[in-house]
Design a protein around this ligand. Structure first.
Ligand code: SAJ
Length: 420
């Protein structure tokens, strides 16, 4: 195997294409977005991710990574396009379909096609294989097909792409072995082989495990608020048990994976997936709970202003997809609040982003929505002077509450029912 065509140059496709290119493969990176192509062509990633700029630059400079708007013949094809969720909570496989159809005319005997996009169990065998069979090749014998989910954590993509164990599900043993050959060129973790449908379920189970656990933490937070307990302290103590690992509560679950993937299980087994569905609902409700706290904090204030700190879906990333802050800002505006938002990472957002001082100026409450490291080191004394009311709501448990209280702030921490 010498050449790989990667379809979709997003958060997964671009790092993977660049990684393969720096490991000696001739890589054709394909994307439908002209802006993405233009940037990558110049060796510039279109997403912020530690180390990615250096990697993309090296890949492009070496001549091993070229970008195109249409796929070109190669030994292997990796499909890394989005699989969003539709309004009725089903997987939208239209991008997978488009990608598969686009390679039909160029597939050759001996090619390998790998699907990396998160998909409902059965997608590779029941959706992708019949599509690829339209090439006229005998799928399984002349054309190898595998499902190999990505498992990398945004913020640590490059490290995890190499170090994480990798699950590969083949439509048959030969397909799985072929895919192993490809991934073993850069994966240092273990490569574990299974069938395609199991691999699809494994991916969904990983993210669902996280979603359900976060829902449990969020439920604990609501309960602790009512019972006068600090959930953060309680979790820390409970996690001293050797078999307990409670997740962190927060303002909601965002990103492009965890709020979506559980629905792909629900889609396939709606009557069985009760806990999974309930967890989704619990986590989706968190921004509404944050709104309720803000309403309490700003009761009686005329034309209240709220400063939102962090609009990305989690700390230290620039990604705002499904960000709980977006939901909260919309709810606040519907309630007549004036909102000023700040984020040190995000460049493009539907709502205007301002400097930290502008966000605090005249505000009646500042709300930490993303756990960016910078927010741990904010100076409450100087920021407090800019505010109309010294109030802060920490939905991530990142602020030094004592320092803020010493600066005259009323500090509310999500999940804490303890009176300050
Ligand atoms: N969150 C909490 N509490 C927690 C952990 C996370 O509220 O204890 C929130 C975050 O703030 C964020 C959301 O959940 O809004 C998701 O963040 P995350 O860090 O849990 O996950 P992602 O979406 O950045 O990446 C996940 C990872 N999956 C798992 O850890 C099982 C990653 O390994 C996957 O590759 C990625 O989804 C993906 O692409 O599927």
């Amino acid at each position: 195997m010498n050449s790989v065509c990667v379809l979709g140059l997003g958060y997964i496709g671009l790092p993977t294409a660049s990684m393969l290119a720096t490991h000696g493969f001739k890589v054709i990176g394909v994307d439908v977005n002209e802006k993405v192509l233009a940037k990558v062509r110049q060796g510039e990633p279109h997403i912020k991710e530690p180390g990615l700029k250096t990697l993309v630059e090296a890949a492009v400079k070496s001549g091993n990574l070229v970008v195109r708007s249409q796929p070109e013949p190669a030994d292997a094809f990796i499909i890394a396009v989005p699989t969003p969720v539709t309004a009725d909570r089903k997987a939208d496989l239209s991008f997978v379909k488009m990608a598969a159809e686009s390679i039909l005319p160029i597939l050759r005997v001996g090619n390998l096609v790998v699907l990396e996009s998160t998909s409902p169990p059965g997608t590779t065998k029941e959706f992708l294989v019949p599509l690829l069979a339209q090439s006229g090749l005998n799928v399984g014998e002349e054309l190898y097909v595998a499902y190999c989910p990505e498992r990398v954590l945004p913020g640590k993509i490059l490290k995890e792409l190499v170090e994480n164990d990798r699950v590969i599900g083949g439509i048959n043993r030969e397909s799985a072995e072929k895919a192993r050959q490809l991934y073993s060129t850069f994966v240092e973790g273990k490569i574990l082989l299974t069938d395609a449908t199991t691999a699809e379920m494994v991916k969904l189970m990983e993210n669902t495990y996280r979603d359900v656990n976060i829902a449990l933490a969020n439920e604990f937070a609501l309960i602790c608020e009512e019972l006068g307990i600090d959930v953060w302290e309680a979790i820390e103590l409970a996690n001293r048990h050797p078999r307990v690992h409670i997740h962190n509560p927060g303002p909601g679950v965002g990103g492009h994976c965890i709020p979506i993937d559980p629905w792909f299980i629900v889609e396939k087994a709606p009557h069985r997936a009760r806990l999974i569905k309930l967890s989704r609902e619990i986590n989706d409700h968190q921004p509404y709970h944050v709104l309720d706290i803000i309403i309490q904090l700003t009761k009686g204030i005329l034309s209240p202003k709220v400063a939102i700190l962090g609009v990305s879906y989690k700390g230290n990333v620039d990604d705002t997809r499904n960000s709980p802050a977006r939901v909260l800002i919309q709810l606040l505006e519907e309630q007549g609040y004036s909102v000023a938002a700040h984020d040190p990472y995000v460049e493009e957002f539907e709502y205007e982003l301002v400097s930290i001082e502008e966000a605090f100026r005249g505000a009646d409450c500042a709300v930490v929505m993303a756990d960016h490291d910078q927010y741990r080191y904010l100076e409450p004394e100087s920021l407090g002077k800019l505010m109309r009311q010294r109030q802060v709501l920490d939905t991530r448990g990142v602020l030094n509450a004592i320092a803020w209280r010493n600066a005259g702030f009323h500090v509310k921490v999500l999940g804490s029912g303890k009176q300050a």
